[in-house]
Design a protein. Structure first.
Length: 248
């Protein structure tokens, strides 16, 4: 099947995932259109992080289908490197190489994995460092940067692969409150430029501001979903209301 932009760029159908006897995802379905920002919220242990790890095949699934641009993500014949080029992911932990500078961290995958021209990659990496508002920090090592700065380097590193979709897994959870905003501003700018983003987040104000659609998950199912204005102002499910009463 040929994918066209009028079709979902990411599509999940009845996705089930278990770890041993424990079923974490119990039949999750939703679509993401190109350029959309989707926020997945919910209590700890509700399957949010597992869900987005399944989207780029870091976790396998037991049942269902996940497609990216019409291609089945869990097809054994699919080149996982090709998939990871299309789907960037930023984790809660920055996972930067401590012995490499910020610029070197951003350049590593395109040079070593994709075998791209080093001079071209460096030019792009410097542009990405500016994009995440870290001009002047190219030669700094991770240990010399704040948590928020390290997380922005991690975002630049994912963008260096020119992905079509960006996944963010609670990227502000390990940050001090004063550095959370600088990371959220960076993600918001990406979203405004039209990057398709799927975020797991606890930042409700941010979700309300940037998301096109909110999905509330609990115990492995989507309890409720909708546009932010409707979702936050008029939640229909009692479980959603209970959750929002606790976090807002």
């Amino acid at each position: 099947m040929t994918w066209t932009p009028d079709k979902p760029i990411v599509s999940l159908r009845n996705v089930r995932k278990s770890f041993g006897d424990f079923e974490v995802l119990k039949g999750i379905s939703f679509d993401v259109m190109k350029g959309e920002v989707i926020c997945i919220i919910g209590p700890s242990g509700s399957g949010k992080s597992t869900l987005i790890r399944c989207i780029n095949a870091l976790n396998d699934i037991q049942e269902g289908s996940i497609t990216l641009e019409g291609q089945e993500v869990h097809d054994p014949k699919l080149d996982k490197l090709a998939l990871r080029r299309k789907v960037g992911m930023v984790f809660q932990q920055y996972n930067l190489f401590p012995h490499k500078t910020a610029l070197q961290n951003v350049m590593m995958a395109p040079v070593l994995v994709l075998r791209q021209d080093k001079a071209e990659v460096e030019k792009r990496a410097r542009s990405l460092m500016a994009k995440v508002r870290l001009s002047g920090k190219e030669d700094s090592y991770p240990g010399e940067l704040s948590g928020g700065q390290q997380q922005r380097v991690a975002i630049a590193r994912s963008l260096a692969m020119n992905p079509d979709v960006m996944l963010f897994d609670e990227v502000t959870a390990a940050l001090d409150p004063e550095t959370v905003k600088e990371v959220l501003v960076t993600i918001k700018a990406l979203a405004e430029e039209g990057m398709t983003c799927i975020l797991v987040t606890h930042e409700m104000g941010f979700a309300r501001e940037v998301a096109d659609h909110i999905y509330f998950t609990d115990r492995g199912v989507v309890v409720e979903h909708g546009p932010p204005a409707e979702f936050f102002a008029n939640p229909k499910d009692p479980r959603t209301r209970e959750f929002l009463d606790q976090v807002l």
